[in-house]
Design a binder for this molecule. Structure first.
Ligand SMILES: NC(=O)c1ccc[n+]([C@@H]2O[C@H](COP(=O)([O-])OP(=O)(O)OC[C@H]3O[C@@H](n4cnc5c(N)ncnc54)[C@H](OP(=O)(O)O)[C@@H]3O)[C@@H](O)[C@H]2O)c1
Length: 214
């Protein structure tokens, strides 16, 4: 089972590193192919690089580590190539607030996940995952010695849930489901009560703490 990671910035590169450390093969795709080639070379035999179209075609699972507007564009363009694939969305609906900070770019009641899920063709398996921690924590807290931290996910799809559980575990975290896509906003910035840098005020949770917080 292979995971394509589209976008290898702060988040995508850390997810790729964690998955490879957990024994999962990855195919990296970026706007700048040389960056994907270089990261794949650094990560070793389980990692390779390809164009976005080739990575999607060769993978069982596609994780779009992109800003929401880019994700919307790419998912619309790729559409039919995503049929039968598990699609993972870690995006947060945030943009600059004009004062050096960030603000939520969506109206109350909408989530990045609900927007992307609606763009997918029938037959794609969608899950919100890998976005509930900041990228630094995703890197530093994988397999933490004090006991695993939780990565939350949200989906209405059993196939996508199984894949999210496997990949989160391989990444060195414990998976906890928050609910269906209607609950995905709980694990997105800025409004999410279960996002590390939203309602959790920077905290990482273990499984017991995560279930209590739910
Ligand atoms: N950083 C975090 O702490 C964090 C935590 C949780 C969730 N997230 C979410 O993860 C997503 C990515 O965040 P990030 O911090 O990783 O952003 P980032 O560092 O800016 O990385 C975004 C990546 O997307 C690439 N990209 C842009 N257009 C592309 C295209 N058409 N095809 C392939 N790659 C393309 C960019 O490449 P170029 O450099 O060539 O433009 C860049 O490498 C966002 O939605 C964010 O909300 C981030």
């Amino acid at each position: 089972m292979t995971t394509a990671i589209i976008g290898i910035g702060n988040l995508g590169s850390r997810v790729a590193r964690n998955l490879v450390q957990g024994g999962e093969p990855v195919i990296l795709a970026a706007r700048d192919q040389s960056g994907a080639d270089a990261l794949a070379g650094e990560l070793g035999a389980l990692a390779s690089s390809a164009t976005v179209a080739d990575a999607v075609s060769a993978a069982d699972t596609v994780l779009f580590a992109l800003w929401l507007d880019t994700g919307k564009e790419l998912i619309s363009q790729l559409s039919q190539a995503l049929v039968g694939k598990v699609v993972i969305d870690p995006s947060n609906p945030i943009g600059p607030d004009g004062q050096g900070g960030f603000t939520n770019t969506l109206p109350e009641g909408e989530s990045a996940a609900s927007i992307l899920a609606n763009l997918l063709p029938a037959g794609a398996h969608f899950v919100k995952a890998f976005g509930s921690l900041g990228a630094d924590a995703l890197g530093s807290a994988a397999n933490r010695p004090s006991g695993r931290a939780v990565l939350f996910y949200a989906t209405d799809d059993d196939t996508a849930a199984g894949t999210a559980e496997r990949l989160i575990s391989a990444s060195g975290f414990d998976p906890v489901k928050v609910g269906g896509i209607e609950s995905a906003g709980r694990i997105e910035l800025m409004r999410g009560d279960l996002h590390q840098n939203g309602g959790l005020g920077g905290r990482l949770l273990n499984v017991d703490e995560a279930r209590a917080a739910l």
